[in-house]
Design a protein around this ligand. Structure first.
Ligand SMILES: [Zn+2]
Length: 340
């Protein structure tokens, strides 16, 4: 009980909404709109450093960067199945030239289009497309909460297209990337929540392919066990199109955050006619891994503010050195180097 009360007290002091304001990191404005964060110069420094870290890490891991627009036509979201099922979580459409356009709620479909245009052969795979893409989601105004629940989000996104044989290695590499980030940010407690399907709901809540479900879930489970990553398995909470992994971390004071979701997707690639030419010259469908280890800038920076109580490590700090001059003394703050 004492520990819990201490955590609450500490959480109040570290509240990212309070510190974010005091440290001039982000703001909201009524004219811009609720849930649409504006990053001030100090916030932009943190964003730039996080992106540098992510881009360097992804480049070393063989990712290619892409850039995609913030909106797309209705037809795209009919193909993905977002419409009509996910419509209440999207911004309402804009009409132009007799067509409806939607702000993108996720980057996947745009990336699928790029993959589809690459005419990949088995020799090209795996193909890893990365983008810090900005997405828009309609959260009810009562649910908006500082940087944790917002309407515009910049995501550390990437999609990996691979063969079934490559899947385990790719998924393992994604997990290693997570562990590397946890080390950099001093995140000591974490768990992966592995959501699986339910056999009774095949064809209703889940894509009707029992063989593929079993195969992918076994592969994910084996990698988690091999990598010695703590995980809990939750039946009947998978995504429609494949098993899902939510990454939960605990901040320095023991507050829990869900930072990111990884998904294994074997249903969407066929809907987009995504294929690759295999060594026997037949066309096959790749598996897609959606991953975002650093989540969104909004949620991750919100987490970091609370985790570090606003006292960022030097490489991430918008104000790295302060020199206080008085008549008799000169004090400089300690300087360390970037950990990557
Ligand atoms: Zn995705």
């Amino acid at each position: 009980m004492d520990e819990y009360l201490r955590m609450l007290e500490e959480a109040k002091k570290r509240d990212h909404r309070k510190l974010g304001k005091e440290l001039d990191i982000f703001m909201f404005d009524d004219d811009v709109g609720p849930g649409l964060a504006l990053w001030m110069p100090n916030g932009a420094v943190i964003i730039e450093e996080l992106e540098k870290l992510a881009k360097r890490t992804e480049q070393k891991a063989g990712y290619k960067r892409v850039k995609t627009p913030h909106l797309a036509k209705e037809n795209m979201y009919l193909t993905t199945g977002h419409l009509p099922y996910y419509a209440e979580s999207m911004f309402p459409p804009m009409e132009m030239d007799g067509e409806k356009y939607y702000l993108k709620p996720m980057n996947c479909p745009h990336h699928h289009k790029i993959y589809g245009n690459m005419n990949a052969s088995y020799r090209d795979l795996p193909i890893r497309l990365a983008e810090y893409g900005t997405c828009y989601r309609y959260e009810q105004s009562g649910e908006l909460f500082g940087l944790m629940r917002v309407r515009s989000l910049q995501m550390n996104d990437a999609h990996i297209y691979c063969t079934e044989e490559q899947f385990a290695d790719e998924f393992r590499a994604v997990n290693e990337m997570y562990l590397n980030y946890f080390k950099i940010f001093g995140i000591e407690k974490y768990v992966m929540r592995f959501s699986t399907h339910s056999a009774e709901k095949l064809g209703k809540k889940y894509v009707d392919n029992a063989v593929l479900w079993k195969k992918t879930e076994d592969m994910v489970r084996n990698v988690l066990i091999d990598s010695k990553i703590p995980y809990i398995e939750v039946p009947d909470e998978a995504a429609f199109y494949g098993p899902k992994i939510d990454v939960q971390v605990w901040s320095a004071i023991g507050r829990e955050f869900t930072l990111a979701t990884n998904q294994v997707d074997f249903a969407i690639p066929p809907r987009f006619n995504l294929t690759y030419r295999d060594s026997d010259n037949t066309m096959k469908t790749p598996i897609c891994i959606h991953r975002a280890p650093l989540g969104t800038h909004e949620r991750f920076i919100g987490f970091l503010i609370e985790h570090y109580a606003g006292n960022f490590p030097l490489w991430l700090s918008p104000k790295q050195v302060a020199i206080y001059l008085s008549a008799t003394s000169l004090t400089t703050m300690h300087k360390t180097f970037a950990p990557y």
